[in-house]
Design a protein around this ligand. Structure first.
Ligand SMILES: Nc1ncnc2c1ncn2[C@@H]1O[C@H](COP(=O)(O)OP(=O)(O)O)[C@@H](O)[C@H]1O
Ligand SMILES: [Mg+2]
Length: 337
């Protein structure tokens, strides 16, 4: 649905070059919610703005629904007609909502419909339908100043859906909201993704956002994607920093007389009594040091830190047993193996 190939963006600011994107490639499948997470300044906004060509990349290509947008002419407001039409299929929502304060909720949603050239009655019908879809049917006549942050973002989402997009881009859409409101807006995005088959590319600096709604995720650092994949695959990848950031177990307290082992349970292994089997089969005293269970999308993922007596060299058989049970096994502080 979205294919980004070897994208670079260099800004020239006061005679100095800033490389905001440094060879980014990413593929987002139809109907998928993909999250790009990274610190401030990593290049996330630049990336998302290059997807709908609000920002022109320096090199590389962006294909949305099979169409190479980088090949279409125009920039920003001066976009040519083919680019404008392609953009109609891409909705975008923003951290600060970008609503017009002089217009009602309905008026804000009608704005893109006016630009599309829809008549007055048709605009009103469609706007009310969209406001109903985001749970704001009764607030159509309210102005932004009369709405809460979460309600404003719902208006932003309704407006983004006005062109019946297949793709929704979200630039830190929940960063200005409190945690509870964030949760409800994320659930709305998830519902829309399922109901409408929307493909969503969202960027965020909050791990919780990725945990709550994303099927797949990338880690962005200094203009590069340093990790990328389905969340469950990342969790099954020893040494994945994204997986560690998503499901932290903290710093390990290692010692010469014990082996600290981090286990990730997913899929079938999640339901199996692996630890008691380990203790029984290998006659070991297993200590559980920490554990966390999270829901990723619709799936439960567990992480557990255990300690086995004796150094790692002496524990080859129990470690092999754990791997055979389908768990991801990591020895924190040591090289991934
Ligand atoms: N219009 C611009 N002109 C010059 N530099 C920019 C511009 N926009 C962003 N940058 C720089 O590009 C880098 C990435 O910025 P941005 O994409 O906004 O990151 P993020 O959204 O991850 O915080 C930063 O170093 C930022 O200062
Ligand atoms: Mg940003």
């Amino acid at each position: 649905m979205i294919t980004i190939s070897d994208l670079t963006k260099v800004y020239r600011a006061r005679g100095r070059d800033v490389t905001a994107l440094d060879g980014v490639s990413l593929h987002v499948e139809p109907g998928e919610v993909h999250g790009v997470i990274g610190r401030s300044g990593a290049g996330k906004s630049t990336l998302i703005r290059c997807v709908n060509q609000l920002e022109r990349p320096t090199s590389g290509t962006v294909t949305v629904e099979g169409r190479d947008l980088t090949a279409l002419a125009g920039k920003g407001n001066r976009a040519g007609r083919p680019l404008r039409r392609a953009r109609g299929g891409i909705g975008m929502i923003f951290q600060h909502f970008n609503l017009l304060s002089s217009r009602t909720a309905q008026g804000n949603v009608e704005l893109p419909l006016e630009i599309q050239g829809l008549g007055r009655r048709e605009r009103a019908r469609k706007a009310l339908e969209l406001l109903d879809l985001v749970g704001l049917a009764d607030r159509a006549r309210a102005h932004p100043a009369q709405l809460s942050g979460g309600q404003k973002q719902r208006v932003g989402i309704a407006r983004a859906l006005a062109g019946d997009p297949k793709v929704l881009l979200s630039d830190e859409a929940t960063s200005a909201l409190d945690p509870e409101t964030t949760g409800s807006v994320l659930r709305l995005l998830r519902d829309l993704n399922r109901q409408l088959g929307l493909t969503v590319l969202l960027i965020t600096h909050e791990m919780d956002v990725v945990k709550t709604v994303c099927d797949s995720a990338s880690l962005m650092e200094d203009g590069r994607l340093t990790e990328s994949g389905r969340v469950d695959d990342l969790l099954a990848t020893p040494g994945s920093r994204l997986a560690h950031a998503l499901f932290p177990l903290g710093a390990a307290d290692r010692g010469p007389d014990r082996t600290v082992v981090d286990l990730t349970f997913h899929g079938e292994a999640a339901g199996a009594p692996v630890i008691s089997r380990l203790a029984r089969v290998h006659g070991l005293d297993v200590s559980i040091v920490g554990a966390t269970v999270e829901t990723v999308g619709t799936r439960q993922i567990g992480r557990m830190r255990i300690e086995l007596p004796g150094p790692a060299e002496k524990n080859a058989a129990p470690l092999a047993f754990l791997r055979d049970q389908g768990l991801t096994v990591e020895l924190p502080g040591e090289e991934p193996r």
